[in-house]
Design a protein around this ligand. Structure first.
Ligand code: SAH
Ligand code: SF4
Length: 412
């Protein structure tokens, strides 16, 4: 049975459904509604909810007391996140009638994968449809970290306009819900056939927030998603294997550590403010000194918990030996890894990638300062994509090889 639900939700849902094709994914905030014409779309989406929220939702809808609701929520949680079940009928420790009620009222649907490319070396790139007009990419790269890493998106597009980044040129920008972030992981686990979750032979061991968007501009949803992804009774990916990359939203860095306990990566890319102002415009708001001070205060920082500093190699822009030495000097008081990223060109990009011998010379200085493997040679050739960048096939191949090298360095 359904409890009384506010009419406003119905109106919101009806409008939303009108703009939605059958099978489209419905974000969590559009749900908790009792009726619509689409057989699946209007059911309350459980993905992205905390256990307490699941308990509250099913408690109200099925008129359960708090204790029973909590118990059912724990059962549901395990079915959804440990076994990856998408059909309530398979939840065999729940009474048949209740399963039918759940099926009628709720959904554990994932976002729809609208395009999938698999390379010979196992890299998989997905284009995921979240709602009409809103698509993001995520990329699974095998043999990174303990088993394989998934690069997820936190926003559709990005507001920050870093001059070397293609994502920043995309018009539509919106935050992803926690459900949509978790949904990327679920959809990829479906594709990898990695249910039940966990175990020693797992394929997906690491998550990096290096897809589209600035995660710290969507911190609450990112934190909620990390809560779910790291839950030991479900997907169970340790917070030490979850890395959040930021362009440098200094005031939110400490909070990121406090509420997520995840690993941190900083897109540094320049060693002085005038150049960083140009490449990563948010630097005008939070200059390098302020950014590095925030890094030093990152909770739990130490030799076994280092910050990864990303540095994109741009020909004739930021790639001199003097800059390599300055980079080492800037980071000397911070437990850090350095990750040199060969620039991935895109049509109309105002930069070129540094020559390979320049990158090697830069890397040599970084390496001599004690930073192991600042850059790695890509292993595969036939690879499909870089996070957050929709490009031509040839560019995609090179981009993905580089992404793979970069993730290996971050997660290694
Ligand atoms: N917005 C966040 C996370 C997503 S970007 C951030 O900026 O950190 C992930 C990484 O890819 C960042 O280090 C970003 O600077 C880098 N990147 C963006 N465009 C690139 C390109 N064309 N070539 C190489 N690296 C790029
Ligand atoms: Fe946004 Fe990161 Fe791209 Fe900058 S590099 S535009 S912050 S996604």
């Amino acid at each position: 049975m359904t409890g009384g639900r506010p009419a406003t939700n119905k109106v919101r849902l009806r409008r939303f459904i009108a703009a939605t094709a059958p099978g489209d994914y419905i974000p969590a905030e559009m749900t908790n509604v009792e009726h619509n014409n689409n057989p699946t779309a209007g059911r309350g989406a459980l993905l992205g909810m905390s256990r307490a929220e699941i308990a509250a939702s099913i408690g109200a809808a099925l008129r359960l007391d708090a204790k029973r609701a909590r118990m059912r929520a724990n059962q549901l949680w395990r079915w959804i996140y440990h076994y990856g079940v998408t059909d309530f009928a398979k939840m065999t420790d729940i009474a048949k009638e209740m399963r039918a009620d759940l099926e009628r009222l709720f959904s554990v649907k994932r976002p729809r994968v609208v395009e999938r490319q698999v390379s010979v070396d196992g890299t998989r790139k997905y284009l995921v449809s979240l709602s009409p007009g809103a698509e993001v990419e995520c990329v699974f790269i095998p043999d990174v970290g303990r088993a394989g890493a998934l690069c997820v998106s936190s926003q559709v597009g990005c507001t920050l306009n870093c001059t070397f980044c293609h994502t920043g040129t995309q018009k539509l920008v919106r935050n992803l819900t926690a459900a949509e972030i978790v949904g990327q992981v679920m959809a990829v686990k479906d594709d990898l056939e990695e249910w039940p979750s966990g175990g020693d032979d797992r394929k997906l061991s690491n998550i990096v927030f290096m897809g589209m968007g600035e995660p710290l501009y969507n911190l609450d949803n990112v934190a909620r998603a990390i809560e779910t992804i790291s839950d030991g009774d479900g997907i169970s990916i340790s917070r030490r294997r979850i890395t959040v990359s930021t362009s440098g939203v200094a005031p939110d860095i400490r909070r990121l550590g406090e509420i997520t306990n995840s690993m941190l990566a900083i897109s540094l890319h320049a060693t002085n403010d005038p150049l960083r102002d140009e490449l990563v415009p948010i630097n005008k708001k939070y200059p390098i000194t302020e950014l590095l001070a925030a890094c030093k205060a990152y909770p739990g920082l130490g030799n076994t918990r280092r910050i990864t500093f990303e540095y994109v190699m741009l020909k004739g822009v930021n790639d001199t030996d003097a800059e390599a030495r300055e980079l080492v000097r800037l980071l000397k008081d911070i437990p850090a890894k350095i990750n040199l990223i060969p620039f991935n060109p895109w049509p109309g990009a105002p930069y070129e990638c540094s020559a390979w011998d320049r990158i090697e010379s830069f890397a040599e200085i970084v390496n001599r300062a004690g930073y192991a493997s600042p850059i790695r040679t890509p292993r595969g050739r036939d690879i499909s994509a870089a996070c957050g960048q929709l490009k031509s096939d040839s560019v995609k191949e090179r981009a993905s090889a580089r992404l793979k090298a970069r993730l290996e360095a971050t997660q290694g």
